[in-house]
Design a protein around this ligand. Sequence first.
Ligand SMILES: CC(C)(COP(=O)([O-])OP(=O)([O-])OC[C@H]1O[C@@H](n2cnc3c(N)ncnc32)[C@H](O)[C@@H]1OP(=O)([O-])[O-])[C@@H](O)C(=O)NCCC(=O)NCCSC(=O)C[C@@](C)(O)CC(=O)[O-]
Length: 452
Amino acid sequence: MLSSKFLAGVTRRKSFNCHKYSPTFLSTLMLIASEKHMSMSTGVDAFETNHPVTSKSQVYDIAAGKYRKLVEFGSSKSQTHQPPVVRTLNPHICMSSCHYSTQYTDSIATNSQHKLLGNIPKYVKIVEVGPRDGLQNEKDIVPTAVKVELIKMLVNSGLQVVEATSFVSPKWVPQVTIKEAFIHNIIKMSIFCSFNGCQNSKLQLADAKDVIKGIKGISNARFPVLTPNLKGLEAALAAGVKEVAVFAAASESFSRSNINCSIDESLARYRDVASAARKLFIPVRGYISCVVGCPMEGEVHPSKVAYVAEELVKMGCDEISLGDTIGVGTPGSVIPMIEAVKKVVPIEKLAVHFHDTYGQALSNILVSLQMGISVVDSSVSGLGGCPYAKGATGNVATEDVVYMLNGLGVKTNVDLRKLILAGDFIRKHLGRPSESKAATALKKTVFCASKL
Ligand SMILES: CC(C)(COP(=O)([O-])OP(=O)([O-])OC[C@H]1O[C@@H](n2cnc3c(N)ncnc32)[C@H](O)[C@@H]1OP(=O)([O-])[O-])[C@@H](O)C(=O)NCCC(=O)NCCSC(=O)C[C@@](C)(O)CC(=O)[O-]
């Protein structure tokens, strides 16, 4: 067992000889230190290492999200029988290679002055949707206490908007989904799974009121919830919710499957919700699902998205989140869709919501930022899926988004290290590894700079 006296000693020291200890020991040390919220960075300027090295080696700068030549090693030939020589080129930067940090330096920020990145916003608001969009698809019911703890950890990582839950009908069993599925000839998809997924969604969200109760004391973040109708709004308000979201679709078939009505019927319903909410000064977010593709109808024309977006803004939605629900979009389909929407809705009101089924989410986010969007939805550790599309994976992982934004010098206020801990927490509960590539890689490489 590591004593806290030892850890305190380590954090006070100016340099820490890693080669005295095994990688497993070091990983344990880092984990314990981070869990105790002790900053390894406070006193440690550089980690020395005796990992096999070539003549020069590079250290990964987690804060910047890129390789930087931070440490120079002596020639491997000359040091065969000698202890390794580690010379810190920039102690400050090297220090940041040894811990998770969201800080970035001016020199990194200037990289984004490049003409391709010129339009990228300096700050991106991340809307964390893991506790709602992510967990609603889980087959096994996640206990309320776990959801509450996850939300607390996410807020602790610096996330300022966490979509907490959904006030949908717990009775609603989507027989319509199955009927529609046959009608639209999608028997190839796993209808049985769809049915089960939807049923579980309802049960998964049956504790909405208790989740809100559990996070009541947290004042430094906003917790919007989904409300499909006035009944949902009333329940949300009674629970103490201060922000809501309505969810329409750009595809008729998906609208019927998801909320049991046509697009126009849903818009009429949402007008009532938005009007009631606005009378109480409750902000309303409007989602649009299937903005580039629908599991039943295929390609969705940008004009359909623009139509729904305009209607949502007209009824008083403060923000419109454009959802690639099944993750089929590429920059090739996302750009024309955003072009069409921004003709009718100011770009400041737009958010993007990408699922990562085809591994396109980060590229899609990048082009969205280049087009001026500064609000991105994501889900810790890539939680989620879509019960209507076999094989559709979760939302883009928040860790991957933060990592990319750090690399671009874009501020998010999110501490990547704490975010990874939140991802670890929920993944441990679910018993499945994280879908975040950044989290997975960073956990493996943080002590193995010479392997990079
Ligand atoms: C919209 C409905 C309610 C219509 O469902 P319906 O069956 O047409 O509704 P209804 O008005 O006929 O009511 C049926 C029963 O449900 C009750 N009920 C009705 N509403 C509520 C409510 N709010 N809270 C509690 N109970 C409710 C209502 O009182 C009634 O109870 P009964 O009289 O039979 O005892 C239903 O289809 C539904 O709940 N759908 C939600 C589906 C869902 O949660 N989907 C996942 C959302 S994710 C998404 O949309 C995509 C997004 C946002 O993440 C973006 C992206 O990824 O792209």
